[in-house]
Design a protein around this ligand. Sequence first.
Ligand code: FAD
Length: 291
Amino acid sequence: MIPDHLQHLIRSDEPLAPLTWLKIGGPAHFFAEPVDLDQFRQLLAWATENELPVRILGGGSNLLVRESGFDGLVVSLSAAPTSGFSVSDDRLTAGAGAKLSHAVVKAVSAGLGGLEHLVGIPGTVGAAVVGNVSSGGRDIGQAVQCVRVMQPDGTIREVGAEEVGFTHRKTALAGTTIVEVDFKLEPGDATALTKRLQKLWIARNSTRPSHTDRIAMPFVDPDSMPARELIQNVGLAGLREGDVSLDSAQPHYLVAHEGATSDQCLRLIERVREQVLLQTGIDLQLNLQIW
Ligand SMILES: Cc1cc2nc3c(=O)[nH]c(=O)nc-3n(C[C@H](O)[C@H](O)[C@H](O)COP(=O)(O)OP(=O)(O)OC[C@H]3O[C@@H](n4cnc5c(N)ncnc54)[C@H](O)[C@@H]3O)c2cc1C
């Protein structure tokens, strides 16, 4: 089924669990890390021809993969040509596969402000923009000038920020593939920006469970109150379902323990949503993507 010219690029039955923060789930039927956009185009053409669904994997920090895995093609854009940066005046251009944390540091060291509040959010630039990540009440969309998306026919289209449709933790781009992002930032003093970044980094680290990296932030903060406070108030901190629990100090984090399964995660999430709805009338929305 895999043509000769793509044999070296596509791996079959690639385990996805090690590529996600929760370390749960089965394999991708096909998996590839194209070295550039041309290879990515070839992969998309092959997937279309064979009617295979395609998903982009970023840093795996917002993903729960089921044990059945993903019956399609999973693509990682982490190769150098799809994860680089360039700076021109007040604009930072980042490849979708670049780490968000690297984009933040790159901007600050070039004397450009506007991304520092996002320090410490794991994952890639592409996923951050498609999911409009936010921290401290500000979302990434406020700094985005335009994005470039790869269309199913392999052409690249530029989409302005308005068309991206940034709303709270959402965009109209879900289901498309971002390949590059232009940020419009505010020129400032690199030293002052670095100091601000360091302070924000320390503050953020103090609010993350320190005992494990197998964590996820499953819920979107509702408008009325941060999910952490809401879950705490409802008395669900530390709630456990099999080998999955809410962190007892930072209950907006779900923690996967040895033996955790995707079903346990989903059951825990449902229990939290039910209890929060029952006690407060707030319908917590899911941020975590389920594959
Ligand atoms: C410790 C921790 C702290 C967090 N803190 C925050 C926070 O403060 N604020 C916040 O908003 N979120 C937060 N998150 C959630 C998470 O980090 C973000 O959602 C992040 O953007 C996910 O990036 P990723 O590269 O890991 O995406 P992945 O988990 O790999 O993928 C997530 C989704 O994005 C899609 N995607 C990936 N790349 C692309 C692309 N190039 N084009 C189109 N779609 C793409 C994937 O297909 C998938 O549907 C946190 C998570 C953790 C574990």
